[in-house]
Design a protein around this ligand. Structure first.
Ligand SMILES: NC(=O)c1ccc[n+]([C@@H]2O[C@H](COP(=O)([O-])OP(=O)(O)OC[C@H]3O[C@@H](n4cnc5c(N)ncnc54)[C@H](O)[C@@H]3O)[C@@H](O)[C@H]2O)c1
Length: 253
């Protein structure tokens, strides 16, 4: 048993920046060939360069996860090219834009649910048959600390992320007989393109002071959790939502 991902093939959505990029770099470093997706072609190319530095095969899929037919088609093509997909990380997501409940329009709601939940749901549906054939799979969804304790300025975000926890638990039960493990990561605060716009330094400092471990997530803290869940060492773990958050949720902020 080890943390090695040698010989594995991983598909990661939303890998053109932030946490998804860290997943791609770390998984390639640990031996996986990686299929990366994003709508942002430039960001994805940058990720491919970084992850490819480890000598693994990197395949780029520039698609919108909301386009179910295009994503299914691209995933099936990549699966045929690589021979299998062992690991699926549903990571693509968008922020709640700090909207008060009454200000969340139907359009904002649909965008949130379509990207965070519907995209993950149907991409998983496209990948599961191949995993069943291999009698092996690791599916890791990306929830959020805000699914666990709510959020006062992003009800649609918390709702979509909570739904991913329900999906995770259901699929963990349904797919266990095929040796497919399904878990979710619920990151605490990570400074990325999603969370940095408009953030004031003082506010950030005050927030960090309330985190028991007295720091924000580093670039790879979330990736370490996900790569562990994808490894053989986590073969007895399914239906779990794991939240690397420095202890922030304990104090219930
Ligand atoms: N940063 C945090 O504090 C934090 C906390 C909890 C959960 N998360 C979750 O982690 C995941 C990654 O977030 P991040 O912080 O790295 O943000 P990010 O904005 O840096 O990365 C998200 C990526 O998803 C891509 N994306 C957005 N819509 C897409 C679509 N329709 N199709 C394909 N790709 C799309 C973006 O282009 C971007 O590259 C998200 O699901 C987010 O909700 C982040």
């Amino acid at each position: 048993m080890s943390l090695s991902l040698d010989g594995r093939v991983a598909l990661i959505t939303g890998a053109g920046s932030g946490i998804g990029r860290s997943h791609a770099v770390l998984m390639a470093e640990r031996g996986a060939d990686v299929i990366i997706n994003d709508i942002n072609a430039d960001g994805l190319a940058e990720t491919a360069e970084k992850a490819g530095a480890n000598g693994r095969r990197i395949h780029q899929v520039v698609e919108d996860v909301r386009d179910i037919a295009a994503m299914t088609n691209a995933a099936k093509k990549a699966e045929a090219e690589f021979g299998k997909i062992d690991i699926l990380v549903n990571n693509a997501g968008v922020s709640g834009q700090r909207l008060a409940f009454e200000d969340i329009t139907e359009e904002a709601y649909d965008r949130m649910v379509d990207i965070n939940l519907k995209g993950a749901f149907f991409l998983t549906q496209a990948i599961v048959p191949g995993m069943k054939e291999c009698r092996y799979g690791k599916i890791i969804n990306t929830s959020s600390m805000y699914a666990m304790g709510g959020n006062n300025v992003a009800a649609h975000y918390s709702a979509a992320k909570s739904a991913l926890s329900g999906l995770t638990n259901s699929l963990a039960r349904e797919l266990a007989e095929w040796n497919i493990m399904v878990n979710a990561v619920a990151p605490g605060f990570v400074l990325t393109g999603m969370t940095s716009p408009g953030r004031d330094e003082e506010g950030l400092k005050r927030r960090v002071e309330q985190v028991p471990l007295q720091r924000m997530s580093g670039e790879f803290d979330i990736a370490y959790t996900v790569a562990f869940l994808a490894s053989d060492e986590a073969d007895f773990i399914t239906g779990q939502v794991i939240s690397p958050n420095g202890g922030e949720r304990i104090v219930g902020i």
